[in-house]
Write a protein that binds this ligand. Structure first.
Ligand SMILES: [Zn+2]
Length: 429
């Protein structure tokens, strides 16, 4: 057993002071000679090919094992008086090491236990490679040669500006990958296996992706883990459903052709940047608060006269609609992977009255003004329109009472048309 980890060493002097060396990538293993056990530490910097050997028999002050479950362990040796601090190790391997060291400490042999490494020579691989940045074709050859492959423990992979049409298939096998960044490539489709990864951050800016690539998103493992999604500078005209991403906190979709933002956003979403799109109006829930919201360089050309008032059209509420609204009202936990697709899409389409009530139908519609400053905690909010923080937002109310109240207090105030300007003001391009 060889443990790939980080290791730091500190010297204890008579007064108990420690002089600590910085943690370095390391490989730690156990070795036995003439019946006596040793801990062997190789670091990238260690000059000797044999590494540093520490006898174990009756030579331990103590082991600080409180954080073994986090991959950390401190071992205090008597002679020499040093502490070895191990971090970023596999917790399972550390537990094995700990119990094997106890056996060695008591002077018993570890032969046959399956934890000894055969030699003390410097291993080929030292420490974990948790991050790889690829910035050129040469990088691809040297850092990911066919022989070395992609390290199984990789956590972050970035590959920028290489014109890649596909994501490297080997990445889909990684169990610890949490950040995948494919900025400035040539992706127009996405392998469905991507959505099986449990990523925290997916960065696909500056590619050729449209919404079709994200169809598998909402009912896949990635939906449960994703916290940051950057799809700026692509070819999206709409967005996939986002309310099934319970941890999403940052969404960057600048420089696309998006016309409408989803009405329902995950409660966790606090950063939204949708600059340079084709958005005419918003539909945000009034209770949603952003940390930062940037909607600059969108047309926001919705006017009162363009709205089609659906409130006069008689529509019978279905039981499912009523149920969906109740689910949201009482914040019942729903696993989108377990409920029927129809109920899911119903839940995604539910709007909220400015009073906060989820709506089972869409009556009492009006065009309100949405002042971005009121809904962002950031004090330096960006004006979505030139010198104007108020954008048109489509609003539905739960009752005639709410309609009477909010349609007066939140009414969108249109700018008077400029003399000589185009009458309908709906020009997009
Ligand atoms: Zn209401």
């Amino acid at each position: 057993m060889r443990i790939l980890c980080h290791a730091a060493q500190s010297l204890r002097n008579e007064r108990g002071n420690h002089a600590t060396k910085k943690p370095a990538k390391a490989s730690v293993n156990l070795f036995e000679k003439d019946g006596a056990g040793y801990l062997v530490v190789h670091t990238e910097k260690s000059k000797s090919g044999k590494g540093e050997k520490f006898a174990l028999k009756a030579n331990l002050n103590r082991c600080l094992a409180k954080f073994v479950h986090e991959g950390k362990l401190t071992i205090e040796f008597k002679e020499p008086s040093v502490n070895i601090m191990i971090s970023k190790a596999d917790p399972g391997q550390l537990k094995k090491l700990l119990s094997a060291m106890k056996t060695s400490f008591e002077g018993k042999s570890l032969v046959g236990v399956g934890v000894l490494a055969s030699a003390t020579n410097k291993p080929i691989k030292i420490g974990k490679t948790t991050k790889i940045n690829i910035l050129s074709r040469d990088d691809y050859k040297t850092k990911l040669s066919k022989k070395a492959g992609i390290p199984a423990e990789l956590e972050e992979f970035r590959c920028h500006g290489l014109g890649m049409k596909q994501i490297d298939l080997r990445l889909f096998k990684l169990r610890h990958l949490t950040v995948l960044d494919m900025t400035r490539n040539n992706l127009s489709t996405l392998n469905p296996k991507l959505f099986q990864l449990r990523l925290k951050a997916l960065i696909l800016s500056d590619n050729k992706l449209d919404e079709r690539a994200f169809r598998p998103l909402k009912s896949s493992p990635i939906a449960d883990s994703l916290q940051k999604l950057d799809l700026s500078s692509n070819q999206l005209t709409s967005l996939p459903s986002l309310c099934t991403l319970p941890k999403l906190s940052s969404l960057i979709i600048d420089k696309n052709q998006i016309r409408r933002l989803p009405a329902r956003l995950p409660n966790s979403l606090t950063i939204l940047s949708a600059k340079e799109n084709k958005i005419f109006f918003t539909e945000f829930a009034r209770f949603h608060r952003f940390q930062s919201l940037d909607l600059s360089d969108n047309p926001f050309s919705m006017l009162h006269k363009f709205k089609v008032d659906t409130s006069k059209i008689p529509v019978a509420k279905t039981l499912a609609q009523v149920a969906a609204a109740k689910i949201l009202k009482h914040k019942l936990p729903i696993n989108p992977q377990k409920v029927p697709t129809r109920l899911n899409s119903l839940l995604e389409s539910i709007r909220f009255c400015p009073c906060g009530e989820p709506l089972s139908d869409r009556k009492f519609m009006f065009l309100s003004g949405y002042d971005v400053r009121r809904y962002t905690s950031n004090t330096d909010a960006v004006a979505p329109m030139p010198n104007n923080f108020v954008i048109p937002q489509l609003e539905f109310c739960c009752s005639s009472g709410c309609f009477a109240k909010f349609s007066t207090t939140l009414q969108f105030e249109e700018d008077p048309p400029e003399p000589g300007s185009d009458e309908d003001g709906m020009q997009v391009d």
